[in-house]
Design a protein around this ligand. Structure first.
Ligand SMILES: C[S@@+](CC[C@H](N)C(=O)[O-])C[C@H]1O[C@@H](n2cnc3c(N)ncnc32)[C@H](O)[C@@H]1O
Length: 174
């Protein structure tokens, strides 16, 4: 939220949460000065859980069911947020399609906030392989179209009490 608020202070008024799942981030986004909020996920069950939790407020959210590696167009958003999705893209082709979609979605001056497992984070999650990143590796993936503004390391405690080391990074489209 600190990174999202920094983007709002920088003029952003639209946010898409990529792979938002049933996360409560959307609840917080609805309290901010935003004109458009979208949550995208490949799981209809996750979107339904978030929508049911929000009740009447769910109508203010644009819910997008789709695979981040297959979608051609999700519209334009000034903030692209992804916590714990990009690190599941272990195939180079999948990352390439995801990053192309990011470039089509975020206009010049827009922001990208990505959180992945850190280099000292888990090697697998939910039975799936992951790729781990530090800020420099993330910058390398996003390429020259995005400059890094800030990064931080955070320890996430899972509902089962397991610690996971994350790398958070905020970028601006140049
Ligand atoms: C580990 S959860 C993270 C959920 C949320 N972002 C959070 O931080 O709490 C990963 C989410 O990404 C979704 N997901 C995984 N692969 C995806 C893809 N290719 N396209 C869209 N969503 C995907 C999953 O359904 C799941 O909801």
């Amino acid at each position: 939220m600190a990174f999202v608020r920094r983007a709002i202070e920088g003029g952003a008024r639209s946010v898409i949460d990529f792979g938002g799942g049933a996360s409560r981030l959307v609840d917080r986004l609805l309290d901010e000065q935003l004109e458009r909020v979208a949550v995208l996920d490949v799981s209809s069950r996750a979107l339904a859980a978030a929508s049911e939790r929000l009740g009447a407020r769910a109508g203010a959210v644009h819910w997008i069911l789709g695979d981040a590696t297959e979608l051609e167009d999700v519209g334009s958003f000034e903030v692209w947020h992804d916590r714990a999705v990009f690190h599941f893209l272990v195939a180079e082709d999948d990352r390439g399609r995801y990053l192309k979609l990011m470039e089509r979605t975020v206009p010049t001056g827009g922001f990208v906030i990505v959180a992945t497992f850190g280099l000292d984070g888990p090697e697998r999650c939910s039975g799936l392989d992951v790729r781990r990143y530090d800020p420099a590796l993330l910058s390398g993936e996003l390429g020259g179209a995005f400059e890094i503004l800030e990064d931080l390391a955070r320890t996430h405690l899972t509902p089962r009490g397991i610690e996971q080391r994350f790398t958070y990074a905020m970028f601006r489209r140049v």
